[in-house]
Design a binder for this molecule. Structure first.
Ligand SMILES: Nc1ncnc2c1ncn2[C@@H]1O[C@H](COP(=O)(O)OP(=O)(O)OP(=O)(O)O)[C@@H](O)[C@H]1O
Ligand SMILES: [Mg+2]
Length: 253
């Protein structure tokens, strides 16, 4: 059965789009049929993480019935499908986010996973995405401002009946001032299901318009994203001995 998962956060810039792009690539690598939707209609940039050509029809065009859904779907070389949003200022918020559900219903039959990249916070478009999905993955950083906003988001998810799969702690440095898993779980009342390290390989990959799981599969963040994807898919996966991956990461640099 298809799983419709929205990747959300309270605070902006915590790593939602990075998580979506890497989960899509990793799940496709595990043989899953994946569709990714950029539901961040005002500050969209998922397409930039994949190198989607800019002159194509977008989700806004579909929502405004200026293009058919099939025309807006772009297939990544790794096999997953992307419905990008428009990055031009003129089309910002010209589409109604609450029509997202009708778009979703039309792609469900052709996917194992539908991943929705949400806008941050509790704005109209973020809440529309939260409502439209069955499950939510909460991305945050291990620090108080991001966690406080994550808590608000979790309360809205509860209100909408969107099942909270768990929390992804992104940009973890392992420093003593950062919150531990236990502290985060107590504060948010939700399990931490992944920790993704602060890793410059992520930024290098974004500069090349690629998910890090494809650009530098041996990097630490790539292995952590693959482990999260395997967990979501219920697949047994071990990224292997870390020294081997560090060596690989060093060789491909
Ligand atoms: N694990 C990581 N290691 C290093 N840098 C990271 C990591 N994750 C994200 N980043 C950096 O943080 C930036 C912001 O990430 P991203 O765009 O995924 O956040 P977002 O939550 O989608 O933001 P927005 O709320 O604006 O949509 C990325 O462009 C990248 O440079
Ligand atoms: Mg984003």
């Amino acid at each position: 059965m298809v799983r419709v998962i929205v990747v959300s956060s309270g605070k902006g810039g915590v790593g939602k789009t990075t998580a979506v792009s890497n989960l899509a690539a990793a799940l496709a690598g595990f043989g899953k049929k994946v569709v990714v939707i950029d539901a961040n209609l005002t500050t969209s940039n998922l397409g930039l993480h994949f190198g989607v050509p800019l002159n194509r029809p977008t989700l806004q065009d579909v929502l405004k019935r200026k293009a058919r859904l099939e025309q807006a779907i772009w297939t990544h070389p790794a096999g997953f499908k992307v419905i990008p949003a428009d990055i031009s200022v003129s089309k910002v918020m010209s589409a109604k986010p609450n029509q997202l559900l009708s778009v979703l219903n039309r792609i469900l039959s052709d996917a194992d996973f539908v991943l929705i990249d949400s806008a941050a916070g509790l704005c109209q478009e973020a809440l529309a995405a939260l409502k439209a999905a069955d499950e939510v993955l909460v991305v945050t950083n291990p620090e108080l401002p991001a966690l406080t906003d994550a808590l608000k988001l979790i309360k809205f998810a509860e209100e909408y009946g969107t099942k909270n799969i768990g929390v992804v702690l992104n940009r973890v440095n392992g420093k003593s001032h950062e919150w531990s898993d236990e502290e985060v779980e107590k504060f948010l009342g939700a399990p931490v299901i992944a920790r993704v390290s602060e890793d410059v390989a992520v930024q290098r990959a974004i500069a090349e318009k690629m998910p890090v799981v494809l650009h530098n599969p041996g990097s630490r963040a790539a292995r952590e994203f693959k482990e999260l994807a395997a967990r979501l898919a219920g697949i047994k996966f071990s990224s292997g001995p870390s020294w081997l991956y560090r060596l690989w990461g060093w060789l491909v640099r």
